[in-house]
Design a binder for this molecule. Structure first.
Ligand code: ZN
Length: 198
């Protein structure tokens, strides 16, 4: 069964643990890596290890960063009174690609899902509520339009409303269940501009 040397098999095995990488792709990647110049392989391996060692959560918005504060939270060009709540760092990146959003973010790292046993305390909601004790004008809820995303949106709006801070939800132009990161910038921008107050 082991046509390759055990080292190659090990590499294929590790690669196939990555999301979206099946056994065939893992083999292709493994042989590609083996044929790469040594420096390039070291560069790749180094980037992986140092990313893992140095990346942490921004102490303000909880996105992934290598500083205490991410570049968005530490920028004085951003409007810190507008907070867009997203499920994950990839969603944040999708909105950043539009280049039109001037507020800051809050990354929940998940969504409420009673079916999967993920409750409000399993995502970064407490941290969001703490931020709202400061001068905030609007919370834009940009969780996905999946069942979990909608449940989370409703939950957040109920929490935020009593504070008197404006709460809005991005327009439902975003395909149901669609991961925000796969949606083009125009659609995202439309969803953002067409947001409705809850
Ligand atoms: Zn941040």
């Amino acid at each position: 069964m082991d046509y390759y040397s055990s080292q190659i098999t090990k590499l294929i095995e590790e690669l196939s643990k990555l999301p979206g990488v099946g056994n065939k792709s893992a083999q292709r990647l493994a042989f590609h890596i083996i044929n790469m110049p040594k420096e390039q392989v070291e560069c790749l391996a180094g980037a992986i290890t140092s990313a893992k060692a140095n990346i942490r959560y921004c102490m303000e918005c909880y996105t992934l960063t290598d500083q205490e504060l991410c570049p968005i939270c530490s920028s004085d060009k951003r409007d810190h009174k507008i907070i867009m709540v997203v499920e994950n760092t990839r969603d944040l990146a999708a909105y950043e690609r539009t280049g039109k959003y001037e507020g800051v973010y809050h990354v929940l790292h998940g969504a409420i899902s009673p079916m999967l046993g993920i409750g409000p305390s399993d995502i970064r909601l407490k941290e969001l509520m703490l931020r709202l004790q400061r001068d905030v004008q609007e919370v834009i809820i940009a969780t996905n339009s999946s069942l979990e995303g909608e449940t989370t949106a409703m939950y957040i709006s109920k929490l935020v409303k009593p504070t008197g801070i404006r709460v809005s939800r991005i327009a439902s132009g975003v395909p149901v269940g669609g991961d925000l990161e796969y949606i083009d910038e125009v659609t995202l921008l439309r969803a953002l501009e067409g947001r409705v107050e809850l």
